[in-house]
Each structure stands twice: as C-alpha cells, then as structure tokens.
Design a protein around this ligand. Structure first.
Ligand SMILES: [Zn+2]
Length: 385
C-alpha cells in the first residue's frame, strides 16, 4: 500500500529538491511588516461556499457532499467554519487527506471545538477528515482504485472520482482562504518526528513555516497534486505538518501541533492575545545531501537502536539487521553516514533490501550547538517523540 514511499511526500520531493543550503536560525519569527499582505478584508465578511454562507460572528458545522457511494448515498466531509466578528485572514486547517493519518484530525477538532474564538480576527475553515472513504476503511488512499487524494488537487470537474472530490474541496474550502496548514503522519509502519514541509522560496509560506514553530523544516515545493503545493500555487500559501504514526492519537505530538497552530494564529493576527512561539532551535533543510533515507542492504529483522528525534553521530550504529537465527556472521550494522537527526524511522521491524530504515537529516555545527544549548539532545530522546 504505502509501497516504497517513506513518507507522504519524500521520494519525489527528495529527487526534486536541490536548492540552497541548510540554515540554522536563532531569530524568532521574522515577520510583522508583511502582515498587511494577508490581512484579509478590511471589514468582516461572510464566508461563502456553493451551498451557503457563514456570517461574521457565526460558526457552522457542515456535512458537505463531495461524491456518492455505490448505493447512491452522499459522501460528505465534516467542515467547521468559524467566522470571527472582526476582519482578518481566512485560514484553513485540514487533516486526513490520507484516511489512516489520525493525529491531525484531533488537532483540527480541538482547535475548532475546544478553543475560545470569541476574539477571533478572520475566519477558520476546519476540515478534520478530507478523505472520508479512506477514513471509513482506515486506509491511506481512497479505496476507489487506490487513488491518492493528496495527489489529486486542485482536482477537476468531469475527471476521475478522486479529482472530482478534490475539486469540490478545493474550490469551496481552500481557494477562498489566505493560508493553510495540512496535517499528515508517516505512512503505516513508520513514524515521523513532528516537522514542517514548506516551499521556503515563497515568502508567506516561509513566514508560516517559521510561525508553526517546529524544530525541523524540510524545504521544497512538494509533489504535484499535493494540497500544499497546489494551494500555494493557487495563491493560498500552505504548509504540511508531518507528525508521528498512522492509526493512532499521540497526545504529546498533538499538543505540540496545537502550540504550532496557536503560534500561526498569533503571527497572522487571528488571535491577538496569544504570542508567536519560538521552538528553541530550528534547522531548515533544503538540499539533498543533508537529508537521506537510509535503506536496508539486506533483508531481515531490524533492531533499531535510536528513536524518532534522536541525534546520532557519524559512525553510530543506527540499527542492526539480522536473520532469524541471529547468526553473528549475518548481523549487518547500519551506521550513520553523517551526524544528524533521525526525523523518520521504521516502526515495523522487518525489511526487504531497499526498504527505508530511517530518514536522517544533517545538522550544521551551529545548529547542533543551539540544540545542545536548549537541551535538545535530551529532548530529542524524549519530548520530541
Ligand atoms: Zn499523509
């Protein structure tokens, strides 16, 4: 199902990304002069979609039809629109474009239903479950010919079932927005450290990525058809947040993501009583040689020595691959080719040759110093998980 693709976006993205170098930044969020560019309208306006509208000061829970089942029944996605009394940007928060990636669902639900938005400037468009057929089946893809909804944006009328669904979502709930955050997890059987994927060449995307306050940002525009790339190209700067594993709620990651959302809403003036959060250290990865998926050179059973978020030194044994007899001669040590952070890692401990073992991201010396200063080494072994 997930095939050889280590995370949602990685293989194509790694092939496609070849710009700039990594940079370690210590400054807190850079923007403020740019705020005017994405203020939204001067007066609060209704949020309209093709079946209705939500007036300023009102909220609505909508079940919105995007397709039909074999029985002819509607396939409807849950959407919550919260329109503030005061003018400001329109921000979408979306999750479960891959139906088994659950962490983001809880992030979006808590923002929509547990937070107080009485002082909200602007509008929140909350899409906790976009791929409803995949969610019902607890599968990554749309169970209709295994289509990937997150390669089908912006969608098209009169096209495949996936593109029609994507089109309904995109035109009604993405295009009207000023910016967005799309939540994912690693593919089944693997796990990710919480990190942001963002096209750092786009000024507003960069500002959004910084504001989300994750320690790691992986640059690149993303594969064609992904929500973040297509939304960004359509004028709605969007980032992807990758966090943890499929098929579960991971409370610590959900809380960190909620901090990120609060920070974004502060940065763009939606929640003016909260403040932008600085993660303590940050590494921005933009070139191929600073990140790599280490792949197994032998089939076997994997004994992973380090978890998600761990800092490993060049030459450290990351894992061993053994046969069922644990024969000494057949134990293969997999060493770190450079010092870096383990951003993504195998959870299901079995591999064929060529299967991914871990996603290692290199750290520049100064980033590493900042990480150690902030206690990040410790944190990377515990809190960051
Ligand atoms: Zn995903």
């Amino acid at each position: 199902m997930g095939g050889e693709t280590p995370t949602d976006e990685s293989s194509q993205e790694e092939a496609a990304t070849a710009s700039a170098g990594s940079s370690a930044t210590n400054e807190s969020s850079d923007a403020s002069s740019e705020a005017a560019a994405i203020d939204g309208t001067a007066t609060a306006e209704p949020f309209t979609y093709d079946d209705g509208s939500v007036a300023p000061g009102e909220s609505a829970n909508i079940r919105y039809g995007i397709s039909e089942t074999y029985l002819g029944d509607p396939i409807r996605i849950p959407v919550t629109i919260i329109n503030g009394e005061r003018p400001g940007p329109t921000v979408f928060l979306s999750a479960a474009a891959h139906g088994d990636e659950l962490n983001g669902i809880e992030v979006v639900r808590e923002v929509a239903h547990d937070w107080n938005h009485s002082e909200l400037h602007g509008t929140l468009v909350c899409l906790p479950v976009m791929n409803v057929p995949g969610f019902l089946a607890q599968e990554r893809y749309l169970p209709i010919y295994d289509r990937d909804l997150n390669r089908s944006f912006p969608g098209r009328q009169g096209s495949t079932s996936a593109r029609r669904m994507a089109h309904r979502i995109f035109t009604n709930f993405i295009e009207p927005c000023d910016l967005g955050v799309d939540f994912h997890t690693s593919t089944r059987g693997r796990t990710n450290m919480l990190h942001v994927r963002a096209n750092m060449d786009d000024e507003t995307v960069r500002r959004l990525a910084h504001a989300f306050s994750s320690n790691v940002i992986i640059g690149g525009e993303g594969p064609s058809g992904t929500l973040r790339r297509e939304a960004t190209e359509a004028g709605v700067p969007t980032i992807t947040v990758e966090m943890g594993e499929a098929h579960r709620f991971q409370r610590r990651l959900i809380d960190r993501a909620l901090t990120g959302v609060a920070s974004v809403l502060a940065e763009f003036g939606c929640h003016r009583d909260s403040s932008v959060h600085w993660p303590g250290w940050r590494v921005v990865i933009d070139s191929d040689d600073e990140k790599t998926w280490l792949r197994a050179d032998a089939g076997g059973i994997v004994d992973m020595k380090h978890g998600r978020g761990a800092l490993v030194e060049e030459g450290d044994v990351i894992c061993t691959i053994t046969n069922p007899f644990k024969e000494e001669d057949d134990i293969l040590d997999v060493e770190a080719p450079f010092t870096g952070l383990i951003v993504g890692v195998l959870e299901n401990p079995v591999v064929y040759p060529g299967n991914p073992l871990c996603h290692l991201v290199g750290l520049k010396h100064e980033t590493r110093l900042a990480l150690e200063r902030e206690g990040g080494t410790e944190r990377s072994r515990s809190e960051l998980r």
